[in-house]
Design a protein around this ligand. Sequence first.
Ligand code: ADP
Ligand code: ASP
Ligand code: MG
Length: 240
Amino acid sequence: MLYVQKYGGTSLADAEKLMNAARRASELARQGIQVVMVVSAQGHTTDEMIRKAREVNRRGSLREMDAYLAAGEQMSAALMAMALGTLGVGAISLTGAQAGIHTDGNHGNARIRTIDTDRIRRELAAGKVVVAAGFQGVDHEGDVTTLGRGGSDTTAVALAACLGADKCQIFTDVDGIYDRDPRVHADARKFDRISYGKMLTLIENGAQVLHDRSVELARDRGLQVEVLSAFTSEPGTILG
Ligand code: ADP
Ligand code: ASP
Ligand code: MG
C-alpha cells in the first residue's frame, strides 16, 4: 500500500503542527504502508517571501522568484524529515528536482510534464518515508520552477497518479469541501463527495481550497482525492 499525503501551510505553521502531521504519517509507516508526504511552505512563508522580494526588486525576474520561493517548501520538507526522525521513522526530504518532477519553463506558473519516479521508488523500497517539497519542479535547463500559488496540491495529485498510489489525501485547515467558504459563511454545507466538474466550478467562483490543475489532473487520471482536516480525524470530502 502506498499513500500520498499533502499538508498545506497552515497545517505545518509551527513545530507542534508539524509534529502532528509527522505523527499521522508515522502511524501509517508503522503499519507498513509506504508514505510520500508532500509539504507546503510553513504558515504565511510564501506571502512573506514575496513581500521581501518586492523590497529589493518590485518586478523581480520570474526565474529568481522561483529559485527563492521554492526554498519555502524545501525548508518544510527538511524540517518534516527531521520531525519524522524524532519519532524514530526513517525519512528523506527531496526537492522537486530530486523527486524527478520535470516541468516546462514557464516560471511562476509551470506545468508538470513528466515525473521520473526512480528516486522516490528507491527511497520507499529502502523503507523511508519520502517528504517531497511541493509547488516546484525543474525545467529543461535544470532551473527551478514553481507551479503557481496553491501548487502543492498539484504536486500531490501528480505524484499519486505517477506512483499509482492507493490513496491521495490532502490535509488542510478545514475538514472538507463546502458549498461556500466555511470560514466566511457559518451556514456553509459540507460535501461528503464532490465531482471533478462541480469542484472546478467552485474554484472558478473563487474557492481557493484546491489548485485548479490538481483537480483537472485528478479528473484526467481518474484519481480519487480525499480532502480532510489535519487537526481532526473526521472523514473529509471525496473528490471524484
Ligand atoms: P492549504 O494551506 O492547506 O493549502 P488553503 O488555504 O489553500 O489551504 O485552502 C484551505 C482554505 O480554503 C480554507 O481555510 C478555506 O477558508 C478556503 N475555502 C474557500 N472556499 C472553500 C470551500 N468551498 N470549501 C472549503 N474551504 C474553502
Ligand atoms: N506555498 C505555495 C503558496 O503559498 C504553494 C502552496 O501552498 O501550495 O502558494
Ligand atoms: Mg492550498
